[in-house]
Design a protein around this ligand. Structure first.
Ligand code: ZN
Length: 300
């Protein structure tokens, strides 16, 4: 008999929600995914899924790893809310509250990237590390991770996707796609920016398309900044854009060139293939991260 506690996880994405019940990568007991529509409908479907699951098992806690920006300060009256998001209808939405009220369980809540980072730390590519970053490049660009063994929280949470990078207007006249900043990292390198710049969906670009050299350049510039400012022991790159695995070797080589030998660490100088890596949990990094948030909330 297995008496270890079961957890519910919600990967709350801007385009889809993934809900699962289990204890880890080898033990997902049930899973459902559905599109992110209105808050009422979407949160209602998540509650219905866990209500059905709870008939057959005892859930110890829930975890939510959410798109953002979100309020992750437990002392705040709007803890567990999505705050001012560009996503229509979702600004100032209480995401954790309805789940907590429906089940009376502890609810762990964090950004999607901090959740994924926690899952990678527990089971994936960041095991044994205490300072690393997890960056997702998909419909947006977000970054989280750990510093000295603690998930990155501060004033709010990091917004690594909204830094500004050198922009060569001759090489890339695209003005950027971020509604707040124009040509920030997300505005230049997220999936919607690729689509706006090239007039076709990023999934349709073959490996030799000029979009990829530009994409690798922006990501490498950003990673070099994060190496210099945060000194991560590893950088994990996830998200839909990074499922184009041919980007990895180009990014790695360019990070070495940009740093130009200044950061004297064997991980960068000699072993960069193990330094800039895809998620160890693959496409499950998000929902397993949410389960890890639930386990952490339960004290595990
Ligand atoms: Zn921005």
């Amino acid at each position: 008999m297995n008496h270890s506690p079961l957890f519910g996880g919600i990967e709350a994405g801007g385009t889809k929600f993934v809900c699962a019940v289990g204890t880890g990568p080898d033990d997902i007991r049930a899973e459902v995914r559905f599109p992110t529509t209105t808050p009422d409908e979407t949160i209602g479907r998540a509650i219905a899924f866990f209500a059905e699951q709870a008939k057959g098992c005892d859930l110890a806690a829930l975890g939510i790893a959410s798109f953002g920006p979100v309020d992750v300060n437990p002392a705040s009256p709007t803890f567990g809310y999505i705050t001012a998001t560009p996503k229509p209808n979702w600004s100032h939405t209480d995401l954790a509250g309805p789940l907590r009220r429906a089940f009376g369980l502890p609810v762990g809540f964090d950004t999607d990237v901090n959740g994924a980072a926690l899952g990678e730390h527990r089971w994936g590519a960041a095991q044994g590390l205490d300072t690393f970053i997890y960056l997702t490049i998909g419909t947006g660009v977000g970054g989280g991770g750990m510093i000295s063994g603690r998930l990155m929280h501060g004033l709010v949470h990091p917004e690594m996707g909204h830094i500004h990078l050198p922009h060569d207007w001759q090489a890339d006249p695209f003005p950027g796609h971020c509604p707040f900043h124009g040509d920030c990292l997300e505005g230049m390198a997220a999936g919607p920016a690729l689509e706006a710049r090239w007039g076709q969906r990023a999934e349709t670009f073959p490996p030799g398309h000029p979009a990829w050299a530009l994409e690798a350049e922006y990501l490498a510039q950003a990673l070099a900044i994060f190496v210099c400012t945060l000194s991560p022991q590893r950088i994990i790159l996830g998200g839909g854009v990074m499922s184009n695995a041919h980007l990895f070797p180009v990014i790695r080589r360019r990070v070495q060139e940009v740093l130009n030998g200044y950061v004297q660490a064997p991980a960068i100088l000699d072993a960069i293939d193990d330094y800039i890596v895809p998620p160890g949990l693959g496409a499950y990094a998000g929902v397993l991260g949410a389960i890890a948030l639930a386990a952490a909330e339960d004290g595990g």
